[in-house]
Write a protein that binds this ligand. Structure first.
Ligand SMILES: Cc1cc2nc3c(=O)[nH]c(=O)nc-3n(C[C@H](O)[C@H](O)[C@H](O)COP(=O)(O)OP(=O)(O)OC[C@H]3O[C@@H](n4cnc5c(N)ncnc54)[C@H](O)[C@@H]3O)c2cc1C
Length: 329
């Protein structure tokens, strides 16, 4: 215990020195409940908010050199962080907005820029390819990391290069070298995405806007609006002809409640939280109840689309045989 406290004291001193030297804001006392769209989750030791790509690249290099654990967070619209104290650094990327640069059909944008905002900007410039994503909350960095998609568009298919942090520098990675799967990419944990250059297709601005408005309208008609959610909680099962929302709905689980968490009456694949003191524990328990019933009644193993951030990683499962006990004569 004492050793742990000493380590944290040393870590805090090192972190304060790095943040001061690089001129990056570092704060204590923030909670995931303020930083995620589900509005749940416990205290975070440190939140660091870089404002430029160069600053972000430099800070993660220094943190890695000092052996200080960190995780990148965009708008927190796809994260369920548990209620415990999270003893690591959250790199808050949502303040690294930068400016959108449009040259012909190429669009360069920083990771902290808002995805809905970008969709509006490029539609106005007469560039098509991401208008289906216009209603997805979050940052460009989060969208790239998750390969966000909706209504026939996925960000990965239009990404020419991604800028990542390597050895303290901003480095270009070709979009085609990345695996863009269904809500999953080959980016590793510990890879910080700084920005991207998208290649879009010139089209009539009015028509692009009409398609974007249509996608937003369909979203409004089928998803809870103004509630605290993280979007679809589970992925659609690959082998099933019907989506997860319909599967859960057909089991009669809409409106099912666990404390402060409810299966949305509008869309059964959305878990929404309610109340001032909503708890991640409730959302997790409800999610596990859904998975258990779908497993039992449909034989389907639902996979989380939302990311679960545990304060304390699960202890590794001990698969080794216990050592043989010595026979005492
Ligand atoms: C109402 C609602 C509707 C939604 N609808 C859709 C939908 O239709 N389609 C869809 O795909 N998603 C949807 N989502 C989920 C979510 O909006 C997307 O996944 C979004 O792209 C996440 O962006 P974010 O900035 O909030 O990422 P966060 O939730 O902050 O982070 C998500 C992941 O990305 C990582 N990350 C974030 N930024 C960086 C970075 N700069 N570098 C490295 N890693 C990073 C985080 O570590 C985390 O692993 C919805 C969510 C809500 C609340």
């Amino acid at each position: 215990m004492t050793e742990e406290i000493n380590n944290l004291v040393e870590r805090d001193a090192a972190l304060e020195e790095i943040a001061a030297r690089l001129g990056v804001r570092a704060e204590r006392g923030r909670r995931f409940a303020e930083l995620t769209s589900l509005r749940v989750g416990g205290a975070i030791d440190w939140v660091i908010s870089p404002t430029t790509e160069e600053e972000a690249a430099a800070i993660v290099y220094e943190l890695d050199q000092a052996g200080i654990g960190w995780r990148a967070l965009g708008s927190g619209s796809n994260v369920l962080a548990d209620d415990h104290d999270h003893h690591y650094v959250v790199l808050n990327m949502s303040e690294m907005k930068g400016e959108v640069r449009i040259e012909g059909d190429h669009v360069s944008v920083s990771a902290g820029y808002s995805l809905p905002r970008l969709c509006i900007d490029v539609a106005r410039a007469g560039l098509s390819g991401i208008e289906g994503l216009g209603g997805i909350p979050g940052t460009v960095g989060g969208a790239l990391f998750m390969n966000a998609g909706a209504y026939g568009h996925e960000i990965g298919t239009v990404t020419e290069t991604v800028r990542v942090a390597r050895e303290g520098k901003v480095v270009d990675v070709a979009g085609e070298s990345i695996k863009w799967n269904y809500r999953h990419t080959s980016f590793k944990d510990g890879e910080l995405l700084l920005g991207a250059t998208l290649r879009l297709t010139p089209d009539d601005a009015e028509q692009i806007k009409a398609r974007m408005d249509d996608a937003k309208k369909r979203r409004l008609a089928t998803q809870p609006h103004g509630s605290r959610s993280a979007g679809c909680f589970f992925k659609n099962p690959p082998a099933s002809t019907i989506g997860t929302g319909k599967i859960i709905d057909e089991m009669g689980m809409k409106g099912q409640r666990r404390g402060s968490a409810v299966v949305s009456p509008v869309h059964a694949n959305f878990i929404v939280t309610e109340g001032e003191n909503a708890r991640a524990e409730d959302a997790l328990a409800l999610a596990e109840e859904i998975r258990e019933r779908v497993r039992r009644e449909q034989g389907i193993e639902l996979e989380y689309e939302v990311e679960l951030w545990r304060a304390n990683p699960e202890p590794p499962i001990d698969t080794e045989e216990p050592p043989p006990t010595e026979k005492k004569e």
